[in-house]
Unconditional design. Structure first.
Length: 399
């Protein structure tokens, strides 16, 4: 019997992975429930893939130590009122050394108050509004392109087909979507497009018939705007059902999710500004290629990666690189390395502003415009703008 116990113990030792010297705790909230659920969970899955790969490889090396990564997460229920309480708990009770921001600009702005108060670096992978990073913060680091750039490609692509198109700007009444709409409005007017409707809607809207009727009455040929997944997918479906006959549609966020293809004909031809597409073959300075990331993600979660999942992974990858380069997990030393970094990952280029009034604002990442097209009888996203990155021509007009 003793021999059997010894054999079992030896077998367990052989099977066990080599554990790191210490544990690194990263705290975050995610919207496991509520209207931000789809995009937030995608972001979280990307982060989980990074964590699992790091731990399988023995952890993050900082000086003479290796750190395994542990996540502590809570459901913020897509509600800003829960975020400050939960991020305080992540720091004070759970002893998180680093933070990943929640999904959406509004929730990130709330979490940023706490990260700054306690001096904890927070990687923002789901908040694009620039305002949060223009308040003299020291510990925020934005990974994605800021909100003002989201619809720039969509406007330019439309102008290339119809320089004087009648345009409806329809957007969710939330900080991110409003910031995007403000920038899009300025670009459209400067380029000569005719804005015939400019209207916001409550983020929890489920019936867009009134807005669609206004769009039709205004003789709009194109529509840009949207918000997040739930409202964007509903808006797309109802535009199709009400036969608005728009020639061009570009919506934020929702069409980038693989789940959007379930809309069938209502998804066809809709474009989406994307932070990342697997076709964009950046040569990374470190970490996997886009194709390798997409393959690993699909193998783990049995779904295709989108830019939200790519952002979750990229945030972890950049934090890992900064820790390894600094040789420390000291917050100020890690942030100093992040401040100096000008690097390219599979997600694209990363560089942040370091002046006191814009610290952490992403200044280097470029976006692309993707469109749902039919390929071999299936709906698939193709990159249609800018032309240098095209994998297919823009379908215009849709009707």
């Amino acid at each position: 019997m003793r021999k059997l116990y010894l054999l079992a113990a030896v077998a367990a030792l052989v099977a066990a992975p080599a554990f790191a010297d210490d544990m690194l705790t990263i705290g975050m909230t995610l919207s496991q429930t509520g209207p931000l659920n789809v995009d937030s969970v995608a972001q979280q899955r990307g982060a989980e893939l990074w964590r699992d790969e790091v731990n399988a490889a023995g952890g993050i090396k900082a000086g003479s130590k290796h750190y395994k990564v542990r996540f502590v997460t809570y459901d913020d229920q897509s509600q800003g009122g829960r975020v400050q309480q939960l991020y305080t708990r992540l720091i004070v009770q759970d002893k998180s050394q680093f933070l990943f921001g929640p999904y959406s600009s509004g929730l990130c702005a709330t979490a940023a108050v706490i990260s700054e108060q306690y001096g904890k670096p927070m990687l923002i992978t789901g908040g694009a509004e620039a305002k949060t990073l223009e308040l003299g913060n020291k510990y925020l680091v934005q990974v994605l392109s800021r909100a003002g750039e989201y619809l720039a490609g969509a406007i330019r692509a439309l102008e290339s087909k119809n320089a004087h198109a009648k345009l409806a700007v329809v957007y969710a009444d939330d900080p991110f979507s409003k910031a995007v709409a403000v920038a899009a409005r300025k670009l459209a007017q400067a380029g000569g497009l005719d804005i015939v409707l400019d209207e916001s809607y409550a983020p929890n809207t489920t019936d867009f018939s009134a807005i669609i009727n206004k769009t039709i009455s205004a003789s709009a040929e194109a529509l840009v705007g949207g918000g997040h997944y739930a409202d964007g997918a509903t808006l797309a479906r109802q535009i199709h059902d009400q036969k608005a006959n728009l020639k061009y549609i570009s919506l934020l966020v929702a069409p980038d999710s693989p789940q959007f293809a379930s809309l069938g004909d209502a998804a066809y031809g809709i474009t989406v500004p994307s932070q990342w597409e697997v076709q964009a073959a950046y040569k990374p300075d470190f970490g996997p290629t886009g194709a390798a990331f997409a393959k690993a993600f699909a193998a783990k979660f049995k779904i295709a990666a989108d830019y939200h999942s790519a952002l979750g992974y990229a945030g972890g990858l950049l934090l890992q690189h900064a820790i390894e380069q600094s040789g420390s997990i000291d917050a100020d030393k890690v942030v100093a390395v992040l401040n100096a970094m000008d690097v390219t990952t599979f997600f694209g280029r990363f560089k942040i502003a370091t002046d006191p009034g814009h610290h952490g604002l992403q200044v280097a990442h470029e976006m692309v415009l993707a469109q749902w097209q039919r390929k071999n009888g299936r709906l698939e996203r193709e990159v249609v703008w800018p032309k240098a990155a095209q994998t297919a021509d823009l379908i215009y007009p849709l009707h």
